[in-house]
Design a protein around this ligand. Structure first.
Ligand SMILES: Cc1cc2nc3c(=O)[nH]c(=O)nc-3n(C[C@H](O)[C@H](O)[C@H](O)COP(=O)(O)O)c2cc1C
Length: 218
């Protein structure tokens, strides 16, 4: 059986582009691998409390028997998150762009994971595992556009997932997702629609090629 871990960070349920693209990946994987088991963590619905991370950091150097109850609880949450990741054969991260930066829910989650000793700097327990980073941006950030270089989230997420954790990462991106609701972007609606279709095609194709590899290895 192949185990898939899926994380969602969109703060909306209805109309979420990252959730829809992750659904396409999940559906394709399920079609290709009859026995796929998907474990989900929905940070948009159940975010981690911001106090968990500093408590987990401060627990690190303290021997287990000497930790405060807050430190014990925080280290326990970090271990649970790390268990979920370690148990996965493939991973899906669906994380939108917010305020030109990374989702705070995703940042908190990743910060907490990193406090678990298995994810300490220099360790790569997930090295080589296939993973998808799905992201969506309301505006456009392409070369030559006024907002080129303003997406400060995707580069950081790639750095952490690909370089620090060593995942074998595919990135699926959708832009201009606010074109339908922002009158100033009315001229971009056709382009946005086309780009979204292309993103779903890319999600399907990439998911198919990843499942081929999973079939060979799991
Ligand atoms: C609070 C908030 C802040 C946002 N900030 C940005 C932003 O800085 N740049 C941008 O292009 N889009 C921004 N957006 C738009 C989202 O990136 C876009 O709607 C995306 O599709 C959200 O992902 P979702 O469709 O999965 O919910 C923001 C949306 C919200 C709700």
């Amino acid at each position: 059986m192949s185990k898939i871990f899926r994380l969602d960070a969109s703060i909306r349920q209805e109309g979420s582009v990252t959730r829809a693209l992750a659904d396409t990946i999940e559906r394709t994987v399920a079609e290709e691998l009859a026995d796929a088991d998907v474990v989900r963590r929905d940070l948009g619905v159940t975010p981690l409390d911001g106090s968990v991370w500093p408590a987990a950091v401060s627990a690190g150097p303290v021997p287990e028997g000497e930790r405060t109850s807050e430190q014990v609880a925080a280290a326990g949450i970090a271990a649970e998150l790390a268990d979920q990741l370690e148990g996965a054969d493939a991973l899906i991260f669906a994380v939108p762009l917010y305020n030109f930066g990374v989702s705070q829910h995703f940042k908190t989650w990743l910060d907490v994971v990193t406090t678990d000793p298995r994810f300490a700097p220099g360790t790569q327990p997930l090295a080589g595992r296939p993973a998808f980073l799905v992201t969506a941006r309301g505006g456009g950030y392409g070369a030559g556009t006024p907002r080129e270089g303003w997406d400060h989230a995707t580069g950081w997420m790639r750095r952490m997932l690909e370089d620090v954790w060593g995942l074998d990462l595919d990135v699926i991106e959708a832009e201009l997702t606010l074109a339908d609701v922002n009158p100033a972007m009315a001229d971009l609606r056709d382009l946005a629609k086309r780009q979204l279709e292309e993103a779903h095609d890319a999600a399907r194709e990439t998911a198919r090629s990843v499942t081929l590899r999973l079939r060979a290895t799991v």
